[in-house]
Design a protein around this ligand. Structure first.
Ligand SMILES: [Zn+2]
Length: 248
């Protein structure tokens, strides 16, 4: 399924696919123009990411940086290609740098996932993500920590909000008044049994207690639009979204 690209603000655009989402933020002329990506899909989403850039009038070479919420393959897949082929800078929270470089891996083990494979939607999802390159083990050796100085120069001047739990160095971003929450708070997932704001199934989370603490951090933000890593855009107070996600 090609991504639906939705304008959220003048500068923030949301690309949604059935498997994972990413966000594009365009720069003003004064800030040097160009575009950044927040997250970058599976490796097999390259044509979709390029299509979302073209929809806004950009090419791969116009991407000034890729910001990662975290270094799971569904979020940094095409960043491997961008960094290797175009030298695109890739940034994440300082606690996620080693993960991005694949000095270690904090992903749900295939065994843990396989335990759920008796459920048709888990099996269908597994097949879909493997087709999109989920088994890629490559890292991004050039991945670096996003400093406040660097962030201030980028389109939309994104602000990193640490939200560890899903991975040890997961962070969310506030950009142009919009919250990009990655997998700290999602609104749906192919294996989820419910719709609406929620945490991912705990099998995917490195530290479930930290996920709950990070939800509180998000609930204190004063934003009215939430762009999650999985599922549709959420409009309304983030506190309401967090309260829903806390429901069992
Ligand atoms: Zn994800």
């Amino acid at each position: 399924m090609a991504p639906a690209v939705t304008a959220i603000t003048e500068r923030v655009h949301f690309a949604q696919t059935d498997l994972v989402n990413w966000t594009l933020v365009t720069g003003s002329d004064e800030s040097g123009g160009g575009v950044i990506l927040i997250d970058a899909g599976f490796p097999g989403h390259r044509e979709d990411v390029l299509a979302s850039l073209r929809a806004l009038g950009f090419d791969a070479g116009d991407v000034r940086a890729i910001l990662l919420t975290h270094a799971h393959i569904d979020h940094f897949g095409t960043a491997i290609w961008f960094a290797g082929t175009h030298g695109t800078p890739v940034y994440c929270h300082t606690d996620e740098v080693g993960h991005s470089r694949r000095e270690y891996l904090e992903q749900a083990s295939p065994v843990a996932v396989a335990r759920n494979a008796w459920q048709p939607k888990w099996l269908k999802w597994s097949v879909s993500i493997i087709r999109k390159g989920a088994l890629t083990h490559e890292g991004i050796p050039t991945a670096a920590a996003l400093t406040a100085d660097t962030a201030a120069q980028l389109p939309g001047a994104p602000v990193c909000v640490p939200t560890p739990g899903h991975t040890g160095g997961h962070c969310s971003y506030v950009v142009d008044g919009v919250l990009v929450s990655g997998d700290a708070l999602v609104t749906d997932h192919p294996v989820s049994g419910r719709r609406g704001p929620q945490l991912l199934p705990s099998v995917f989370n490195h530290d479930q207690a930290a996920c709950l603490r990070s939800l509180d951090a998000l609930g204190n933000l004063d934003t009215e639009v939430l762009l999650p890593g999985h599922g549709p855009v959420w409009r309304g107070s983030v506190r309401d979204a967090v309260d829903q996600a806390r429901l069992p």
